[in-house]
Design a binder for this molecule. Structure first.
Ligand SMILES: Cc1cc2nc3c(=O)[nH]c(=O)nc-3n(C[C@H](O)[C@H](O)[C@H](O)COP(=O)(O)O)c2cc1C
Length: 258
């Protein structure tokens, strides 16, 4: 029986994006998989989209979607297919690696192109100018799932702040962030068979509790972000890996580690 035929046809619609160019093979995917599995097990209808596979041009900035073709973008690309999905979603998951303290361009381009979902007028909300939503059947919850290459948790601060601000701007509810610092260590540990199942279990549980309670517990967030290796070890491992790769090319002369 297809899920759409089952009694779960009224199930929660989850629209998930993965903005890593490495797609299924990346570190972001390692977290997205158990999270979405947990949500599916709770009966959600989940669609996962890789932003790299989308044809989404940058916003033209002419506001034609407000003044000439209200609610519609004049550009003919995948945003046409995405806008109705965004409007119907109960939960939107933005999975992304940290790129220069933010999100990769494919995801930012996509978010910029969502402006037809808003009306041009200004309204006051919490003493702030905002645009009202054009179709307001749903106020989707938004979850950020991110991993970064550097070791420290504070590398996520600009991205989390940005995502929270985007949610306010788009009339979405920010429901939390699953953050995996020194993300490269996660895939390394998986490859080497070093125990890390608690991180994946907590990610799956986070998906389940998001469906059941609309929130993610502090306990699961902490486990997902837990230290995997000491800072010094991580720096050493990373530099060793890059040094070996460059030595194979004969290109270490003059580098800061030579
Ligand atoms: C262009 C680029 C920019 C990056 N910028 C940062 C950064 O500012 N901070 C950071 O901690 N990691 C940064 N990283 C590392 C990635 O966040 C990290 O490798 C992550 O695990 C990649 O996830 P993925 O495998 O899902 O693509 C950057 C990587 C690339 C390719």
């Amino acid at each position: 029986m297809k899920s759409s035929d089952s009694p779960r046809s009224e199930s929660m619609k989850v629209l998930a994006f993965n903005a890593s160019p490495l797609m299924e093979k990346g570190n972001t995917a390692l977290l997205m998989a158990p999270l979405l599995e947990g949500m599916r097990e709770e009966g959600c209808e989940v669609e996962l989209i890789y932003t790299c596979r989308l044809r989404v041009k940058p916003c033209l900035g002419d506001r034609a979607c407000w003044t000439k073709t209200p609610g519609k973008c004049v550009q003919d690309d995948d945003v046409k297919m995405l806008l109705p999905k965004m409007q119907e979603a109960d939960v939107i998951i933005f999975g992304t690696p940290v790129y220069f303290d933010g999100m990769p361009g494919t995801l930012k381009n996509l978010i910029d192109r969502l402006i037809p979902m808003l009306e041009p007028y200004f309204i006051m909300q919490d003493s702030h100018c905002r645009h009202p939503s054009r179709k307001r059947q749903k106020h989707p919850k938004v979850v950020l799932v991110s991993n970064c290459g550097f070791w420290e948790m504070d590398n996520f601060e600009p991205l989390v702040m940005h995502m929270q601000a985007i949610c306010k701007n788009a009339c979405w509810e920010f429901a939390g962030a699953l953050l995996r610092p020194h993300g490269e260590a996660l895939s390394y540990m998986v490859r080497k068979g070093i125990p890390v199942q608690d991180v994946f279990d907590a990610t799956k549980n986070a998906g389940k509790e998001l469906v059941r309670t609309g929130k993610i517990s502090e306990k699961n967030m902490k486990t997902i972000s837990r230290n995997l290796v000491p800072l010094e070890t991580y720096v050493e491992m990373t530099n060793k890996g890059f040094k070996q790769a460059l030595e194979r090319l004969g290109q270490t002369r003059g580098s800061s580690l030579s």
